[in-house]
Design a protein around this ligand. Structure first.
Ligand code: SF4
Ligand code: SF4
Length: 264
């Protein structure tokens, strides 16, 4: 089974939030409360959370005026964020109950009936994605519509996106398509266009949901160099085993040496 993923091309996002709505509707996600605007332009959820599995960020960036007599301009950046379905997923590594599992599509999904609400995964996720629902403590996040892709349908957000900013498909195909798109943007003079999460050599081994950004990752609230906290665990266990073995060998040598001195 090929690895499936999301390619979110923020250069064509129009901020309509159809993806957020489709996600909420298909997955029967409860409301986040009153539909108050946060004061951060047209954003009313602010971030991903247990009840926001897609979040469309609206970023206003000041653009210095070329003309000293004119005020600075504003540039809008819009981007639909989601769980990254990491290659090395810290949430999955630290879960003590096996509630998080890797599917046959290489995505990461939570089984709510196995989650005990310990919250270890929340602090382990390098992107701050996975979150506990306040009224029951269990964690919730994007499943890449596991139930839909299992029957050959695309996830609800990708289906609803009118500009194809969200594309779903085989990860290798998406990566090739994304590289072509970046090259085309560079040819148009948009030198800041870049891919985020597409490299298998990054700190999480690449992500199953990656992005084309039009500015630095920090501008979108994304970590520039995410690292999976559990990446060094095998090496740590190996070193601990070597240290324990050395200690035992030292104790045995001391014990045998003393017996030898007493002539036993
Ligand atoms: S982004 Fe966070 S919640 Fe999603 S798979 Fe990676 S570690 Fe897990
Ligand atoms: S549906 Fe597509 S265009 Fe609309 S906000 Fe989501 S990603 Fe952007």
């Amino acid at each position: 089974m090929p690895r499936m993923g999301f390619f979110t091309d923020t250069s064509v996002c129009i901020g309509c939030k159809a993806c957020e709505v489709a996600c909420k509707e298909w997955n029967a996600i409860p409301s986040d409360g009153a539909l108050d605007l946060t004061g951060e332009s047209f954003d009313n959820t602010s971030e991903l959370g247990a009840n926001s599995w897609r979040h469309v960020a609206f970023i206003e960036k000041s653009v210095p005026s070329q003309d000293a007599s004119a005020p600075d301009g504003v540039r809008w950046l819009m981007a639909s964020d989601v769980c990254k379905h990491c290659t090395h997923a810290a949430c999955l590594d630290v879960c003590p109950t096996g509630a998080l599992f890797r599917t046959e599509f290489d995505t990461v999904v939570v089984q709510q009936d196995v989650c005990n609400g310990c919250g270890y995964c929340v602090s382990a996720c390098p992107y701050g994605v996975i979150d506990q629902r306040k009224d029951d403590g269990r964690v919730f996040k994007c499943t890449m519509c596991y139930d839909r892709i299992g029957v050959g349908q695309e996830p609800a957000c990708a289906k609803a996106c009118p500009t194809k900013s969200i594309q779903f498909g085989e990860l290798d195909d998406l990566r090739a398509r994304a590289q072509e798109r970046v090259d085309a943007l560079h040819e148009q003079g948009l030198a800041d266009a870049r891919l985020y999460g597409d490299s298998p050599d990054d700190g999480v081994g690449g992500t199953g949901a990656f992005f084309l950004l039009m500015d630095e990752p920090e501008t979108y609230g994304l970590p520039p160099d995410p690292v999976v906290c559990s990446r060094d665990l095998p090496q740590m266990w190996r070193q601990a085993a070597i240290a324990a073995g050395t200690l035992l060998a030292g104790l045995a040598a001391t014990f045998l040496g003393r017996r030898g001195q007493r002539g036993e």
